[in-house]
Structures are given as structure tokens and as C-alpha cells.
Design a protein around this ligand. Structure first.
Ligand code: NAP
Length: 252
């Protein structure tokens, strides 16, 4: 078994479930020590940590709302204290809420932008302070909605288009410090979040729409996304920065 991340330390935001949990486990399988961040799902985060440590890996769970600057600072200080260094940040924590135009409110706007965009920037700012002289890798979890921009998703799509712009801008800004910044743009993935929102049921119009426009004809699973995060975190992608990788079964 290869261990592409031995000796490295990764923070994964929103890793108590879904795509973030799968990424945390895959990073740990490659030898990284992983900080499993969560907002409120203490048990979920503990399960992810137990799964990693049960296989001989290193992980801790750290509660922090990444939309809050003081909590973000505490998250990274705790990571440094626990594992002594930082090499990888996966900005996965995010909310999706859909709303037709007439239901868009400032509250809806700020809820989505505060986490999906501001939270991602705050976490990256803090990570950039903690990366060592060899730099680091930031992997932003964006979405195909950044470009596909479906109806009733103006605000959510805007947050993910912003994530892609942040990826390109920070790749330019941080490249001289050997910090790479890339995005993964998943299509529809079956997670606790999408399932609770009723999006993944076979009779869901959302799912049917996605599958009928996807050449591979199915929605994704978290493990369809996680190996690409490992690749973008590792030195194998050492000359890749500022890119957006669509993982969506060919959906556009
Ligand atoms: P999910 O199942 O809803 O899980 C969300 C994760 O984010 C949980 O661990 C949650 O922790 C955490 N979180 C929520 N608010 C947070 C906050 N303020 N601070 C820190 N953590 C917070 O989500 P998912 O479906 O795996 O999606 C993960 C990411 O992929 C999101 O950025 C989403 O936009 C993106 N994405 C998802 C899909 C999809 O179809 N699933 C497609 C494209 C892109 P708690 O449980 O503790 O709240």
C-alpha cells in the first residue's frame, strides 16, 4: 500500500459526515495525521476519528464553526499543538439551500456566503500562516453548480462560483510561497446532507435531472470524490495549481 502523505498533517473542515468524512479517511489511509473538524455533530466526528485510529492512523476531532474567525484561529492552533505542523487544508464545510428568487432573503444570502465563501477564506488565511517553508496544499470543495447554475440556486451557485474565483486568485497570490490551491467541483453526491434534504431519493426530480444529463448515468458517492482530494493534497500534483477538477460523471 502506498503512503503518499506520511508525516504530513491535514485539516479537513466539515469532516463529521459526507464528502468531508470520506476525504479525512482517505488522507489518513495515505499516512496523514488528520484534524476532523465539525460544527455540531460530535458523535459523527468521533466515529470518523475512531475509524482512522482503529486502523493505526492519527486523528483528532475539533469543534469549530469555520464562519467565525476566533473559532478558525482556535481550530488551527489546536491542530498545530496536536501534530506540530500543517501541510494540507481541505475546505469542505459548506451548506446548500435552494430558493426561488422570491424567497431569497439577506439571511439566506449571508448564511450561505458566510460559510461557503468567508469561512473558506478565513480557514485558508489561517492555514497559510501555519504552513511551513515548503508550503502546502489547499483543496476547496466547490460544485458543478458554479458553472451549471441551475434554477432556484442563484445564491448557492454564486457561492461556488466565488469559490472557484478564490481558488484562482489565491493560487496566484500564494504560489510564490509554494502553497497550491485547487478546487474539486463535485456533481450530485449521496451524503447525509443531500439525503436529509430529500435530493437523492430515486423519485427526486433533482436526482432524475442530474442522472439524465450525466453520461455515466448515476449520482456519485463520497468515495468517488476522496481519491482526487488525496491526489491534489500530495506532491504528485506538485505542478498543479489554480485548477478546478469536475468530478460529476460527465455532467455539465
Ligand atoms: P453534509 O453531508 O451536509 O455535511 C456537511 C459537513 O459540514 C458536516 O460535517 C457539518 O458538520 C459541516 N459543517 C456545516 N456547517 C459548518 C460550520 N459552520 N463549520 C464547520 N463545519 C460545518 O455535506 P456534503 O453533502 O458532504 O457536502 C460537503 C461539501 O461538498 C459542501 O461544501 C457542499 O457544498 C459540497 N458539495 C456537495 C455536493 C453533494 O451533492 N453532496 C455536490 C457538490 C458540492 P456538522 O454535522 O457538525 O454540522
Amino acid at each position: 500500500m502506498s503512503h503518499r502523505l506520511t508525516g504530513q498533517v491535514a485539516v479537513v473542515t466539515g469532516a463529521s459526515k459526507g464528502i468531508g468524512a470520506a476525504i479525512a479517511k482517505h488522507l489518513a489511509e495515505e499516512g496523514a495525521a488528520v484534524v476532523v473538524n465539525y460544527a455540531s455533530s460530535k458523535d459523527g466526528a468521533a466515529r470518523v476519528v475512531a475509524e482512522i485510529t482503529g486502523k493505526g492512523g492519527r486523528a483528532i476531532a475539533v469543534q469549530a464553526n469555520v464562519a467565525q474567525p476566533a473559532e478558525v484561529r482556535r481550530l488551527f492552533a489546536t491542530a498545530k499543538e496536536a501534530f506540530g505542523r500543517l501541510d494540507v487544508l481541505v475546505n469542505n464545510a459548506g451548506v446548500y439551500e435552494f430558493a426561488p428568487l422570491e424567497d431569497v432573503t439577506p439571511e439566506h444570502f449571508h448564511k450561505l456566503f458566510d460559510l461557503n465563501v468567508l469561512g473558506l477564506i478565513l480557514a485558508t488565511r489561517e492555514a497559510a500562516r501555519h504552513f511551513g517553508p515548503d508550503g502546502g496544499s489547499v483543496v476547496n470543495i466547490s460544485s458543478v453548480v458554479a458553472t451549471a447554475a441551475p434554477p432556484k440556486a442563484s445564491v448557492y451557485s454564486a457561492t461556488k462560483a466565488a469559490v472557484d474565483a478564490v481558488t484562482r486568485s489565491l493560487a496566484q497570490e500564494l504560489g510564490p510561497r509554494h502553497i497550491r490551491v485547487n478546487s474539486i467541483n463535485p456533481g450530485m453526491v449521496e451524503t447525509e446532507g443531500t439525503t436529509a434534504a430529500g435530493l437523492t431519493a430515486h423519485e427526486s426530480a433533482f436526482r432524475q435531472q442530474f442522472e439524465s444529463h450525466s453520461p455515466l448515468g448515476r449520482i456519485g458517492q463520497p468515495q468517488d470524490i476522496a481519491p482526487a482530494a488525496v491526489f491534489l493534497a500530495s506532491h504528485e500534483s506538485g505542478w498543479i495549481t489554480g485548477e478546478t477538477l469536475h468530478i460529476a460523471g460527465g455532467f455539465r
